[in-house]
Structure formats: structure tokens, C-alpha cells
Design a protein around this ligand. Sequence first.
Ligand SMILES: Cc1cc2nc3c(=O)[nH]c(=O)nc-3n(C[C@H](O)[C@H](O)[C@H](O)COP(=O)(O)OP(=O)(O)OC[C@H]3O[C@@H](n4cnc5c(N)ncnc54)[C@H](O)[C@@H]3O)c2cc1C
Length: 483
Amino acid sequence: MTETTTATDEGEGRPRITVLGAGPAGIAAAYALTKGDVAVEVLERAPVAGGNSTSFKIDDIWCDYGSHRFHPVADPSVIADVKRLLGDDLLLQPRHGRIRLGGRWIHFPLKLQDALLKLPPAFAASLIGDMVLKKFRKKSTGPRSFSSVLYDGLGPTISENFYFPYVRKLWGLDPDKLAVTLAERRVSGSSIGKILGKMLKMVPGLRGETTGRFYYPRQGFGQISRAMVAAAEKQGAAFRFGADIVRIERSKDRVTGVVTRNGDTEEFHQADQVFSTIPLTAAVRLMDPAPPPEVVMAADAIRFRGMILVYLILETDQFTEYDAHYFPELSIPISRMSEPKNYNSATEPKGRTILCAELPCDPGEKWWGMSDEELGRHYCDWLGQLGLPVKVPVIRTETRRIAHAYPVYDLDYQRHFETVDNWLSSLGGFLSFGRQGLFAHDNTHHAFAMAYAASESLTPEGGIDRARWAEHRHEFESHRVED
Ligand SMILES: Cc1cc2nc3c(=O)[nH]c(=O)nc-3n(C[C@H](O)[C@H](O)[C@H](O)COP(=O)(O)OP(=O)(O)OC[C@H]3O[C@@H](n4cnc5c(N)ncnc54)[C@H](O)[C@@H]3O)c2cc1C
């Protein structure tokens, strides 16, 4: 049985927008749209908002899906909204992490004095050699890839000891099988000189108010999403959680609405515009009628990298003073470890802390099916190998699995993405954006900025100003990922 009951009925005469997904992009779209005279309904499969940026409590400690920080480089309008929504609950915290380089712990973000004192002398000499000899270094020949761009820009020492093993671990592919886009989006220091410049900005007296700092809410990163949902609801947005989208219906080249299922009942959500922030591959699969075969094949060829978050619950107040540890070496399968209590400087609960490990891994890989206990045992072994032995009682291990952690920019991704993107963009009544919707390796503040841009591109009649949207798409290309 299919019923037609939606926000549409309440939206008499107003543009009716159905938003797919209540991650940061979907929430921010609802928030921005409902500032105007628009009827908005958000459909989310999960029981809560926030997507990969949500938070949840384990043993009374707020935890995120891996290390999440709100970066001060965000667009000022985005920062202003987040500050207003969270008030005193938004903390400005100093970044205090460590990275393993050449077998030693170096402060991260890099600090000049720390790097000079702690880097092994041979490693430091090699880095300086790379910088001095850059002009004379033979440039890579053949097709450009992540590895050739990094090698030419940064030289062999930092490429081979940090970036290459780190990306191999994160994406499960060798750096020469990864596209240049990854270097453009992810590597903020494209030469040793630029990295040194960033380190100089960290020197006390030279640094700005937010240099080397990050925003973080008292009640976990997900508090940002929760606050924005509350504000959007107050403005009239309707959020439907546990809404399983089973079809996106279209008539020829126009999307007409979305069907969700709850038990035996299907519900048709009619819309003037569907704003989709779910993975673009899922949007293609849900289209009814199905897209042309070449679009379906292109969507099938697009890959997302998954991740297991392993939470080790320990009987102690604090394990280390650091917020995050970064592990580039390939001998350890986890890429990063964070201690959630250190993100919001929580001192409660006493006698408990949690270590969250990020284990990049796809469904079907050996780690994916492992029990929590087994993963916990491996985790303790890895920490022992890294010189961080767990000497306090382990209470238990919990895990969470996310299938769409990172877009995989392999050497062929661009043409597959363009096939899917061009087809989705040709549809009337449909706009895809957000990290999953545009296959963009972006931060939360970028997802917010995309949502604001989508809202701004809506015409008073409920159409999309495509020229304006094209300008925004061009702006999105300048987004750079912050770690
Ligand atoms: C390990 C890790 C660390 C990160 N650290 C940071 C950080 O420090 N700072 C930062 O700014 N960003 C960070 N990010 C990125 C951040 O998580 C994302 O940029 C942000 O969550 C993207 O928001 P989004 O709404 O575009 O997508 P998502 O958060 O993925 O939300 C998409 C939503 O769509 C829903 N959905 C999917 N399919 C369906 C369906 N068929 N039906 C209904 N709903 C559906 C999902 O349930 C989800 O709620 C990190 C990401 C990862 C993986």
C-alpha cells in the first residue's frame, strides 16, 4: 500500500523540498532552507542525526566516529552559525597530537623547535637535502598520480616515510594507483618550504588566535548536528528518522518524489526538489525507472573506503595527555588513535577513558568480520609495538563500522564520477551535494558550505538557478581537507 503523506501537504503554495540524509549536509540544508518560506522534510535511515559526524556515549563518555574537530578555517558564515548555535558549549582547544616519524614521536601539528630536537638527525638531514636539491631532482615521467606529484613536490624522504605508507593504509591502494586529486585535496604543504612556513606560523608570537587550535563542543562533535536539527525544527523543518528510502521516482528527466518504506507501508513524498546528500551511487541505484546502463555501470565502478572504529574502554582516568596519535607505518593497520576525553577536556567519569582507533577496511576484508574481543586484543598488541603498552585493565572493546568513510580517488574515478554526475545533474527536481553526494573528500564545514550554497540556489518558485549552482560547484573545487 502506498500512501501520499508528506510535508508537501503542509506546504500549500510554498516550494516543497525533500532532503535525503541527515548528516551535516542534509541538516544544514534544512536549517538554511527553513530561514525562507519553504516546506522542508528530511528523510534519514539512521535513528539519529549527524551521519559520520554524529556522537554517542559509551560508559558516559562522548565518542565520535574517529577523530573529529571543527576547523577554524571554515567559512566565517559557517563559524558564526556554529558559534551562535552552541554558545558557551563550543570550546576552542589547543591541538596536541603526536605523529610517528622515523621511529620517534613528533608533535602534530608540526612545531619547528620540536621537529629540530626530536627528528632523527639522518632524517632531518635527508629532508633538508630534498629541499635544497629540489631544483635538480629529476621530475617523474609518465602519467601523473598521487605519488608522482608528491615525489616531485616534497621529495623522497617525507613521501616515502609518511605520505606513501599512510595513504596505502587509508585507501588500500598503492600511491601510484591514486589520482592527483587526492594530493590536491589532502596535502596542504605541497613543498618542504610550505611545510616550514606552516611550522613558523606555530611559533608563539607569530601565530594567530586560532592557529594550532580547533573548535570542539562540550558534548561531542555531534552536538553541532543536534543543535542545528533543533534550530531547523524550530524554523519548521520536519525530520523523519528510521526512514528507509526504497525508490527515487522520476518521470522521464524529472524527479517527482521519493518513496520510503516502514513495514508493509510505503509512503510517497512528493517534492518540487529533492536535495540528496546520500552517496551518489545509492541515488543511482534507487532511481525508478533505472538510469541508462552506462550510468549504472559507472556508479558500480565508484568505490568508497570503509572503516572500523575500535573503542577500547580502559579503567583509568586518562591514557595519555594527547588528543590524537597518527601512525603512518604500514606494520600497524590502524591509521590514527584518539582519546575522546582529551577533545573536550572532560575530567568525568573518573576511572574510565576510551581509546578510539581508526582501522581503514572494506566489508569483506579480514578485520571486517572479526569480533570486538579479537579486535581489542589486536589493538592492544599494536599499541605495545608502538611503545604505548596498555598497562591498565581493559574493561571491554566496542566497535562501529562505517561503509562510506572516504571516497576512493583511484586513477579511473574521474571519468566514472563525471558520467554519474552529468546524468544526475541533467535531472530536473534533483540536486546532489555533500561529501557523499559529490564524492568529495571534504570536512564537515565544507558540507555545511555546500548545503548553504544549494539553499541559496533555490529560486522563489522552487526551481534551481543552474548557473548559480555551477558557480558554487566551481568554488567547491577549492576545498582543502584539514586533518
Ligand atoms: C574518520 C573520519 C574522521 C573525520 N574527521 C573530521 C574532522 O576532524 N573534521 C571535519 O570537519 N570532518 C571530519 N570528517 C568528515 C565528516 O565526517 C564529513 O565531512 C561529514 O560527516 C559529511 O557530511 P555529509 O552530510 O555530507 O555526509 P554523511 O555524514 O555521510 O551523512 C550522510 C547521511 O545520509 C544518510 N544516508 C545514506 N544513505 C541513505 C539512504 N539510502 N536513506 C536514508 N539516509 C541515508 C546516512 O545515514 C547519513 O546520515 C571525518 C570523517 C571520517 C570518516
